[in-house]
Design a protein around this ligand. Sequence first.
Ligand code: FES
Ligand code: FES
Length: 203
Amino acid sequence: MKKQYVTMTINGREYRFSIGTGYGEVPPSETLSETLRKRLQLTGSKESCSEGACGCCTVLMDNRGVTSCMLLTCECDGKNIVTIEGLEDPVTGLDPLQQAFIDEYAFQCGYCTPGIIMAAKSLLISNPHPTEEEIKEAMSGNYCRCISQYTVLRAINRVAGNGEDHTAVMHRANDDVVDPIPVRQELFPSPFANGFDNGNTLD
Ligand code: FES
Ligand code: FES
């Protein structure tokens, strides 16, 4: 039987994979996410749902964001793949999106962040100046369990060149909180409230 190969450019380097079930070969059932993460140790993009729902595994394929858990490597012949590891320009440094995410602190645990940045990059390639509504629409397939969406939106708006000072909007929103929810000390007693001895005993 004739050997089958797929050739891909990944982060600027050309790779040739032999498709098959022998040692070192890429099985026909192997996903692009598995090839990137397990075979090439490009572990920046994450796998979470493994069914195309969360966007954590998003990479660029021919400049379009794709969920790499939903693609078979054997079907990616001739494609140009860019992962979060390949986004930084070797000459000019971090991509403006990466810098904006740092500046806006647009993440918490960071698990979703590579996928979110690559989805945002895909949007900005096709539409360098999206409106906020267009950004929300484009990012609707990426979930963040840490609820970093507000800061993510600020970071993408910043790179999109949208004029609104979103930081100011956030501060105004916080200033409007007249009666913040009090912390229920009886539910969350702090051992440090009155020094170490707060009257609680362990008997
Ligand atoms: S892991 Fe691919 S979309 Fe969730
Ligand atoms: S920053 Fe934790 S899941 Fe998004």
